[in-house]
Design a protein around this ligand. Sequence first.
Ligand code: GLA
Length: 379
Amino acid sequence: MSENRLIQLFEQQFKSTPTHFFHAPGRVNLIGDHTDYNDGFVLPAAINFGTSIAATVRDDKQVRVYAHDCERQISQFSLDDIQFDADMMWSNYVRGTLKILLASYPQINGANLVVSGNVPQGAGLSSSASFEMAIVKAFAGLYQLDIDGVKAALVGQKAENTFVGCNCGIMDQLISAMGKEDHAMLLDCRDLSFEDAPLPSQMSLLIVNSNVKRGLVDSEYNLRRQQCEQVAEHFKQSALRDITFAQLQSARNELTEVQYRRARHVITENERTIGALHALKNSDIAALSELMKASHQSLRDDFEVTTKEMDGLVEIIEQVIGNQGGVRMTGGGFGGCVVALVASTMVSQVEQAISDNYYKRFGLQADIYICTAAQGAFR
Ligand code: GLA
């Protein structure tokens, strides 16, 4: 949304002019899914879709938020008494984030906020992490808080884990905070160190939304996490990161079949993610293509988080791009998007193949976004 439109909405809501503007991007993950909460590696990029905020400070402890894109648009609460609001889910991202932020920065006062975002919601592109990072950025800006991107990301993640109720890892918040324009980022989710990796200039970043509404996401997600933790415990390790493929193989009989497959996904996905960083750095698109393909198969067969529509989209795109690009599901799964890194010259062929085949096979229209890798909110 343009700044002018935000100003207009703010003036309508608050009868005054906003003094500050903030933005935080959503993200797409190129490879490395369900590895972050296992202390593993991920390779996401921030995208040119995000959450924007216009704001002013208040001299009391009230926070009043107008969320332009939500059905029920106004939420107001006091920083002195932040409660979960079961009737307005979106407001819990603001409430949770501020509750955690307040623990380190008790000096903050309230604010008037207008929020608008263009990250498709429930599509696995981290609209919620971008919302959280935009809120942290807003209060950091309004109250000159000394907070860096890593700390901001940890605030957002803790809000999700302890207030919203999703046991997510750190990937989404960290890339929204620290992404770099035209780059993906290899993030080590154990020590939170990261390395930027330039995206090849002749390739386009394509996100295709299967438009399968994501269902049972939180419960299935939390279950996957539990299964991974059980295997780590079996090996007396703090995370699957510390278990090698050979160790897993030799203990196969001690694990249930499901536990074994969940762990096999995580361990092999970590290797693929590091491999993908090297492939990107060497502009080895054929290698990247293989790794993304294997990642999708592993998420489909071992981790069981894809849907037939997502699998179908991957097949349709693979048939066009062959080894001249990569495609796989992205994010948590159970619906949502696939990501493709495609030679720019092939984009229109890919679009054509999707429009020829996806509706015919699944009775759904896909949305296609040609994205660029954007700068994070704290970069
Ligand atoms: C969701 C979570 C992330 C990550 C991905 C899967 O997006 O928020 O922390 O676990 O799923 O890779």
